[in-house]
Design a protein around this ligand. Structure first.
Ligand code: SF4
Ligand code: SF4
Length: 197
């Protein structure tokens, strides 16, 4: 047998390898020239934790309720809060330690205020552990360009008294629109408003 000869066996395997190379030479490339090219991340991919801000005011959405810190299984979130003059909780510290964050997403699920999200960002590796410790200002800056759909629509502003008055005037019913008067005793019959035949 010719293939039992190591020389011919080597030539045979070489030709198989060249055949595979030639086949892929003319097919579509599946590699990207990173970092000039990047794959789009899936919509629900869990990357870097960021803090979200109101698109109009630029202020953090966080209400300092501490639910995310309580839900975090690795204690990667540490926060402090204080009562403001308006009797609402305010953040004084909100840190995320990315050296121990496991990207579980529990913090995002626990938050009811669209304030924290795992954004599709992943390019923040570092040789310096200290730089993986993000404070709330850094988390807010990273999250500024993150798009999100509010879980709960914002409450509409209460109507002004003028609008109320207009509405009340428009709501006044004419006699013909008034419902029939209910009888006071079982023997009485219901009476219709005047003008109704
Ligand atoms: S993704 Fe998980 S581990 Fe990371 S901060 Fe949120 S809850 Fe903690
Ligand atoms: S990020 Fe959300 S869950 Fe965490 S403290 Fe702020 S409002 Fe509460």
């Amino acid at each position: 047998m010719a293939y039992s000869n190591p020389f011919w066996k080597g030539i045979y395997n070489l030709l198989i390898g060249l055949g595979v190379t030639i086949r892929y030479l003319f097919s579509h490339a599946i590699t990207l020239q990173y970092p000039t090219e990047r794959w789009p991340m899936p919509e629900r991919s869990r990357g870097q934790v960021v803090l979200l801000s109101d698109k109009e005011t630029g202020k953090l959405n966080c209400t300092a309720c501490t639910l995310c810190a309580k839900a975090c299984p690795t204690a990667a979130i540490s926060m402090d809060r204080y009562k403001g003059e308006d009797k609402k909780w305010k953040l004084s510290k909100f840190d995320v330690d990315f050296t121990i964050c496991c990207y579980c997403g529990f913090c995002e699920e626990a938050c009811n205020f669209d304030a924290i999200k795992l954004a599709p960002k992943y390019e923040y590796s570092s040789y310096d552990k200290e730089s993986l410790f993000y404070d709330m200002h850094k988390l807010q800056e990273v999250g500024r360009d993150v798009d999100y759909t509010p879980k709960r629509p914002k409450k509409k502003a209460a109507p002004t008294p003028a609008v109320d008055a207009e509405k009340t005037e428009g709501d006044v019913k004419t006699d013909s629109e008034q419902p029939p008067t209910q009888p006071e005793s079982p023997n009485d019959k219901p009476t219709k408003p005047e003008g109704d035949k």
